[in-house]
Design a protein around this ligand. Structure first.
Ligand SMILES: [Zn+2]
Ligand SMILES: [Zn+2]
Length: 760
């Protein structure tokens, strides 16, 4: 029988995920000889043996790759026979590895969980158990290559038993960089609110305290959580008061899928996503009757659940079944992740701190996802996903950095066709967040060794991220481009779906700076990655007072009524008008009449605010988007009736007029039509509007592809109704999946646009 030698190059996420040991094990199984090594492109095999065996080996590798890997391409070529005597893993040169990737952090695997809960195992209940397939990665790595000496595990010297595992290619801890045991690895401590170490077993004590209703800051993979018993209404209330978060939904962690299904409906796709190694928070529909207190997610039909993703979480949840696990931060600040400052940062919030001495190098909040159209949709892309790159169909040898926008901010850097979107940074409007933003950027540039050649910022001159980006470009003498906010939204959707041609882009959100100096947010664009044309938008309306109007939706309700009914609106016989604070309103009316501090806006987010407040759902908000979210939550399911928007056709731009919609809503309120029906008619009206404008633009341009992007498309009713109705009219519809539709996707869109513009 003739043997064959082949060089096989494998591209994708194949490094730091146990790929070479898997290859080694399989090669031995199929009696193949040769070598395997990492290089700048991925993993390369030089392999020799029976041709049929080589084929079966490759089939098996494709069918059962290491759980964290993602094979994108396999190239194979024949070489002259070399007569290898054995199969070996070859160590790579450092210079080569500099350009490789590092896996995101991964939840504890089933094998490790088994050992962890097995009283006979040497790591029984050791809360830092991990292996090649699981454990911390990105958050503990200071620089590449991903090697223990470059991680925060460098201070722990492996004991002999651990080292033997680490060095044995047959062992599932071969080259598991954070490998440790209770003899040689990190350990837990429980501190009181002043940072004083408590005696006794930290975990048992923490469990007791949680049962008693205490709030404990628990150190996880990417930062601290604030934990409390999810069945204890008082503990949750205390946590809300201390965090000054009366309404924003709190995330939950449950022992397993069975426990989760006691509280929410969970379908197969949702189970798959929840239990994936990335372990995001998944939004799931509440069961009508469940025993969890209402104050976990008031006025919301969904609960965000995740499964325990570290051994420490497993231990806590084995005993408590379900915990509130919300980000360990003060309101609007970034998540705390450092033992040194957590006691100060969470002063007055946490009663105790469950900490350990494995440092977190870079923070990563929990990712948030849901299933939409049978596919995962990321609403916040962070732990478990970042820094895995997204591939751009064009690519550019110039390295680009995008500084993002303002809310839910991220930044992005690129290398060739790889787009690295950062972990979640948050609202860049306080010192702590801006510091985290700067630190993150510095880390990414050094970490991936990508000194950017081009900087991209949002058009908004007042965004901190824009200011920071401009300063960065100036100090580093790099060209800078400004990208319009809604173009960046559509670009992020194009990138998400790997589309290069022109599309009808529906970009709806709360706020984005327009080229005419107005605040856009209800935009229909014809766009590709290079350029865009604004073809239609929601009619402009004054936004008196700016930010305060965003926080107090009643102002927008009154502005719309004033705009449509004039001064006579004060005689409208509806509760909203009767309850109006007339003194405050006259100040606002004056501002509008005199055009003082009243920019124009075409924001759909503000229209949602107006409708929500006129309906009496919410006049003041406590977290971003609250008025719109609560309006969505009450909408009657499967409605068919809708309010019709008028479209005023223009030569260059069409204007969407909401006058009739608001009038009909007021009529319906007078007729005492239930709010649930009014909300449904409003949602479906918006979906029908998207179809109408798309049909109009298709007639003009013959473009048949529609991209839906912007924060408004987090609204699942609108997303589903618009998608369904567009498809009925034979449109190809593209939604977000890998990148969030909200401003968390802006930096990626900015970079994709720069890639295209600098291609020539
Ligand atoms: Zn494991
Ligand atoms: Zn050890």
């Amino acid at each position: 029988m003739d043997k064959e030698r082949r060089k096989i190059e494998i591209k994708g996420i194949v490094q730091g995920v146990g790929f070479r040991p898997t290859v080694y094990r399989l090669a031995n199984e199929y009696n193949l000889k040769g070598i395997v090594f990492n290089d700048s492109k991925g993993v390369t095999l030089d392999i020799e043996g029976d041709p049929e065996n080589i084929n079966s080996f490759l089939e098996e590798l494709k069918k059962n790759p290491p759980p964290l890997s993602n094979i994108e391409e396999i190239k194979s070529e024949k070489l002259p026979i070399k007569d290898f005597h054995e199969f070996k893993i070859i160590e790579s040169e450092e210079s080569e590895e500099k350009t490789t990737l590092v896996s995101p952090d991964i939840s504890t695997c089933e094998d490790c969980k088994g050992e962890f809960l097995n009283p006979k195992d040497r790591r029984y209940l050791y809360p830092f158990i991990n292996c090649t397939n699981c454990g911390p990665r990105f958050t503990i790595t200071e620089e590449l290559p991903y090697d223990r000496r470059n991680t925060t595990m460098k201070n722990f010297e492996m004991c002999e038993k651990c080292r033997t595992e680490y060095e044995n290619p047959d062992n599932r801890r071969f080259h598991a960089q954070p490998n440790a045991c209770s003899d040689c690895g990190p350990h837990l401590e429980l501190l009181d609110s002043e940072g004083k170490k408590q005696r006794g077993n930290p975990i048992n004590k923490a469990i007791k305290l949680l049962k008693k209703g205490k709030i404990i800051a628990v150190k996880g993979l990417g930062g601290f959580h604030l934990a409390c018993n999810a069945k204890d209404i008082k503990a949750i209330q205390t946590l809300r008061e201390r965090k000054m978060r009366p309404y924003k939904p709190l995330a939950l962690m449950a022992k397993d899928l069975k426990v989760i299904s006691e509280f929410v409906h969970i379908r197969d796709k949702e189970k798959e996503l929840t239990s994936s190694p990335r372990a995001p928070i998944v939004l799931l529909k509440k069961k009508e009757k469940n025993i969890l207190p209402d104050n976990i997610a008031p006025n919301n039909n969904f609960l965000g659940f995740m499964l325990p993703y570290t051994p420490l979480h497993i231990l806590l949840l084995e005993n408590l079944e379900v915990l509130v696990m919300t980000s360990g931060n003060k309101r609007d600040e970034p998540i705390a992740f450092d033992n040194q400052d957590v006691v100060l940062r969470l002063e007055g919030i946490a009663d105790y701190f469950l900490v350990h001495n494995r440092d977190i190098w870079i923070q990563a909040d929990d990712s948030i996802a849901r299933i939409a159209d049978d596919k995962p949709l990321l609403l916040r892309r962070s732990r478990g996903y970042s820094p895995q790159p997204i591939r751009c169909p064009i690519g550019n040898e110039k390295k680009i950095i995008g500084f993002g926008a303002h809310k839910h901010n991220t930044f992005t850097i690129s290398r060739e066709d790889e787009i690295f979107v950062s972990h979640y940074i948050g609202e860049t409007d306080n010192i702590e967040t801006i510091k985290a933003f700067e630190r993150g950027i510095k880390h990414f540039i050094n970490f991936f060794d990508i000194p950017p050649d081009i900087a991209v910022v949002d058009l908004h001159p007042e965004y901190q991220a824009t200011k920071f980006g401009k300063k960065w470009a100036f100090e580093n003498s790099k060209p800078l481009i400004e990208v319009q906010h809604h173009h960046a939204h559509i670009a992020s959707c194009l990138l998400d779906n790997k589309i290069e041609e022109k599309v009808i882009g529906v970009a709806w959100d709360g706020t984005g700076y327009g080229t005419d100096g107005n605040i856009w947010g209800g935009e229909f664009l014809i766009a590709d990655l290079e350029e865009y044309e604004r073809k239609a938008h929601l009619q402009y309306i004054p936004l008196p007072g700016g930010d305060i109007t965003v926080k107090e939706p009643w102002r927008m309700g009154a502005v719309y009524l004033y705009d449509i009914f004039g001064k006579g609106f004060s005689r409208l016989d509806i509760d909203f008008v009767k309850a109006l604070d007339k003194k405050k309103w006259y100040v606002i009316q004056n501002m509008i009449d005199k055009r003082v501090n009243s920019p124009f806006t075409s924001s759909v987010g503000r229209l949602f605010d107006a409708v929500s407040s006129i309906l009496g759902i919410r006049s003041f908000i406590n977290y971003q988007g609250q008025a719109a979210i609560e309006l969505e939550m009450i909408a009657k399911e499967n409605g068919e009736e809708f309010y019709k928007f008028d479209i005023i056709k223009g030569i260059k731009t069409h204007i969407v007029e909401p006058k009739k919609v608001i009038e009909s809503i007021v009529d319906d309120i007078k007729k005492e039509i239930p709010k649930e029906s009014i909300s449904s008619k409003f949602h479906i009206g918006l979906a029908e509007l998207i179809v109408d404008v798309s049909v109009l633009l298709r007639e003009e341009t013959r473009i048949n592809k529609v991209c839906l992007s912007g924060g408004v498309f987090q609204n699942i009713i609108l997303r589903n109704e618009a998608t369904k109705r567009l498809r009925k009219e034979n449109f190809k519809v593209y939604n977000h999946n890998k990148l969030p539709p909200n401003d968390g996707g802006i930096s990626a869109g900015q970079v994709a646009i720069a890639m295209k513009r600098f291609k020539k």
